[in-house]
Design a protein around this ligand. Structure first.
Ligand SMILES: *[C@@H]1O[C@H](CO)[C@@H](O)[C@H](O)[C@H]1NC(C)=O
Ligand SMILES: *[C@@H]1O[C@H](CO)[C@@H](O)[C@H](O)[C@H]1NC(C)=O
Ligand SMILES: [Ca+2]
Ligand SMILES: [Ca+2]
Length: 214
């Protein structure tokens, strides 16, 4: 890992570049966020990689509700990890910088929801509206920043090559001599533990929920 300060500035630069690139291109449909309720005290705001405990209800544009954690999940709130495309990209964008106790209404364009295909009872090209209440925030087991740092081609999964490059950089940094055979066998061990579905890549989700190695 990079030292804390460096890591923060690295993320800042990354965010800046991304923001610049997307505003320089044709404006893309984004999530519309309305804050419905804000708590008086806010000790901490959500950031990428955090786990969020939420209650939510989803509506079509005509106002019909299609899902609600109050009704469809035995009334239980759900845990959701921010920033790893666990559900909709619209959620990853719309639930950042949020306080526990805050309520938001998100209007998510189809391109950041279920898109041209739709899914189940969501018809193609649906704009979706969500009311989300954030109940609790926890640290994710692994940081989103370290995943991004390792994912050299930004395809949201780590290849053997990317993991090996990461190990090589780390060993160089700490001036540990390592031959190729040793590195290969480390990569093998890591993939045995982390690549749960054995597709040859460590996905953002596999990375986030595992606790050992790396
Ligand atoms: C609202 O829209 C959804 C999805 O297009 C549709 O299934 C539903 O029947 C509509 N409800 C009303 C009351 O028009
Ligand atoms: C790499 O290092 C291991 C462990 O020190 C050693 O057994 C092996 O012979 C080395 N392989 C090469 C190609 O140098
Ligand atoms: Ca990758
Ligand atoms: Ca995998």
């Amino acid at each position: 890992m990079l030292p804390k300060g460096l890591q923060a500035s690295h993320t800042l630069v990354f965010t800046f570049v991304l923001g610049y690139a997307s505003s320089a291109l044709i404006p893309e449909a984004d999530v519309k966020i309305d804050v419905l309720q804000k708590p008086f005290l806010c000790h901490r705001k959500t950031k990428l990689g955090d786990q969020l405990l939420i209650h939510y209800a989803g509506f079509f544009e005509n106002g019909t509700m299609f899902h609600s954690s109050h009704k469809n999940n035995n009334g239980e709130a759900v845990w959701f990890t921010l920033g790893i495309k666990e559900t909709l990209v619209g959620w990853d964008r719309g639930l950042r910088e949020m306080c526990a106790g805050e309520k938001r209404k998100l209007v998510i364009p189809p391109s950041l929801a279920y898109g041209k295909e739709g899914k189940g009872k969501i018809p193609p090209e649906s704009t979706l509206i969500f009311e989300v209440e954030l109940l609790d925030i926890r640290n994710g087991p692994r940081s989103h920043e370290s995943f991004q740092e390792m994912d050299l081609n930004d395809d949201w999964k780590l290849s053997r090559h990317e993991v090996k490059e990461y190990l090589r950089r780390e060993f160089d940094k700490y001036k540990v001599a390592q031959n190729d055979t040793q590195q290969e066998s480390m990569v093998n061990d890591i993939f045995k533990n982390e690549d749960e579905d054995e597709d040859g890549y460590i996905s953002a989700r596999e990375f986030t929920y595992k606790h050992d190695e790396l």
